[in-house]
Write a protein that binds this ligand. Structure first.
Ligand SMILES: Cc1cc2nc3c(=O)[nH]c(=O)nc-3n(C[C@H](O)[C@H](O)[C@H](O)COP(=O)(O)OP(=O)(O)OC[C@H]3O[C@@H](n4cnc5c(N)ncnc54)[C@H](O)[C@@H]3O)c2cc1C
Length: 466
């Protein structure tokens, strides 16, 4: 996805800083509307968190690998841009939860695995007494969850952890909500509010006065895991094809072009490392949160790093897909991993491409700064704990560690960035404005593009930001 394109002149209608999926979406929209748009991407390739790698001889995702179907944003973009990518459904096995036995104590507590409840949102069950929920909660946990009180927190919303504990009890909060929140949204449930994480579910809760009733109204009746789709050959292809479509539409895409400062206005100046200046009437920042904060000169808490290990495994027990498409891990399970994805158990295209007896496993670290998933022995141990399959270190044939230092944007950081951007007349796009995940990022980027295109290029002087 690198591009040899260069800037013909140093003035453009629109400059987009960051060539992730958001920046590429805006570039394609602006170019096809006839605007002169340039994308400046700091790394050697576009795509951002959609990144291609090679493991076990096949091309695989080293970042995002599926998208939520709660919006039609991804499908609409592919249709509108006529991108030659093929959507695929995950294989039907669904994902599991790894948790500690609720009914034993101390060293007697063993790690258990069970299919994730079919009807739940962020781990909140529609029916606490459903067998797939009761198996994880235990009898006391079910009884407490069924005794959901009238809501006392609508005016002064507490954290998601406190809300669920107050309404449904600690077992639901720690065994179901916490692991889902951490592995899917990269936040612990004590640091986020439901209204920010899932506004529709919050609105339904406020309207119905019950978390379980709200989930019952919204949760798909289908099995867990069917709320996502993928792309044949890997999700990274989406960014690669969008890059190509944006170029065809006339966008300029520059890679290895890190931006160090920005000012807005008709003489808006975007300065690259090395001092080169690119001028544009409208400026969009579509980077990660720390990079955006530096450009906008605003103080935010450092982003929590995300660490992913992708490994080639030749343990035969794994090819039977013992935990379906993967495992989401409760915080008290003794492992440094918060989630495991069994790539070939989840995606038919991966299974078909791999040699017989070979699996590809993704392990997401609980703590993006800590070790514990670095050596074949570490990886083998984590897979053993999470799947129950004995994997010898020698059966970990290859592994790649990918660090994502600027991936997670908290709601607080999002609000600070939005305020600073508005003050300076700069547009924000991507996960820093829309929240995590392609289902939010892509439709939001298209709305930002529509907004940019609805305004004539401004003709006033620039204001310097940094
Ligand atoms: C391991 C992992 C797994 C994920 N899995 C999923 C998933 O399965 N499904 C899902 O929907 N979402 C997933 N996500 C989240 C999803 O990938 C992101 O929400 C989305 O890709 C964000 O896109 P973006 O364009 O906003 O940002 P990014 O992809 O981060 O793009 C920002 C770009 O800006 C560039 N940049 C930074 N600083 C500068 C600068 N100063 N000058 C120029 N360029 C700069 C960066 O190099 C980068 O290319 C995952 C994320 C990670 C890390």
């Amino acid at each position: 996805m690198t591009s040899a394109s260069s800037v013909g002149a140093d003035r453009h209608d629109i400059v987009v800083i960051g060539g992730g999926i958001a920046g590429l979406t805006i570039a394609w929209e602006a170019a096809r509307a006839g605007r002169d748009v340039v994308v400046l991407e700091s790394s050697a390739a576009t795509g951002g968190m959609l990144r291609r790698g090679v493991i076990a001889g096949i091309e695989a995702d080293l970042g995002a690998e599926s998208f939520a179907t709660r919006t039609s944003g991804v499908v609409d973009l592919v249709a509108d841009a006529r991108l030659p990518v093929q959507f695929v459904e995950p294989r039907p096995a669904g994902a599991h939860l790894a948790y500690r036995e609720p009914w034993a104590f101390g060293a007697l507590r063993r790690t258990r695995r069970a299919p994730l409840p079919r009807r739940a949102l962020i781990g909140i069950p529609a029916d606490p007494a459903a067998p797939d929920v009761a198996r994880i909660l235990g009898r006391d946990g079910v009884r407490r969850a069924l005794a959901e009180p009238a809501p006392a927190h609508v005016e002064d919303e507490p954290s998601l952890a406190d809300l669920v504990t107050a309404q449904l009890g600690e077992a639901v909060a720690t065994r179901l909500v916490e692991p889902l929140c951490r592995s899917v949204y990269s936040h612990d449930a004590a640091s986020v509010r439901l209204s920010a994480l899932h506004p529709t579910l919050w609105a339904e809760y406020v309207a119905r006065g019950s978390l379980t009733a709200a989930v019952d109204a919204l949760a798909p009746a289908a099995r867990a895991g069917s709320a996502v789709r993928g792309v044949e050959g890997g999700l990274w292809r989406l960014a690669a094809e969008l890059h190509a479509a944006a170029l065809r539409a006339g966008a300029v895409i520059r890679t290895s072009a890190p931006v160090v400062s920005v000012s807005a206005g008709v003489d808006g100046a975007v300065v690259l490392r090395g001092g080169e200046t690119v001028h544009a009437g409208q400026v969009v920042i579509a980077t990660g949160p720390s990079a955006a904060a530096r450009l906008l000169d605003v103080e935010v808490a450092p982003a929590a790093p995300v660490r992913l290990t992708v490994a080639e495994i030749t343990a035969h027990g794994l090819t039977r897909a013992p935990v379906g498409s993967g495992v989401i891990v409760a915080p008290d399970v003794p492992t440094p991993a918060k989630a495991l994805t069994h790539v070939d158990a989840k995606w038919e295209w991966a299974a078909a491409a791999l040699p017989p007896g070979t699996s590809v496993v993704r392990l997401s670290a609980r703590d993006g700064d800590a070790g514990g998933l670095d050596t074949p022995a570490d990886i083998a141990r984590a897979i053993r704990v999470l799947t129950g399959v004995h994997v010898a270190p020698a059966e970990v044939r290859a592994h790649t560690r990918v660090d994502w230092p600027d991936a997670v944007c908290t709601p607080t950081t999002r609000a600070l960035l939005a305020g600073a951007a508005q003050r300076h007349g700069i547009h924000l796009a991507g996960a820093i404005a829309a929240g995590t995940g392609l289902a939010s990022v892509i439709p939001h980027a298209r709305r930002v593009a529509a907004d940019l295109l609805s305004h004539p290029i401004p003709h006033e002087g620039a204001r310097h930001v940094r």
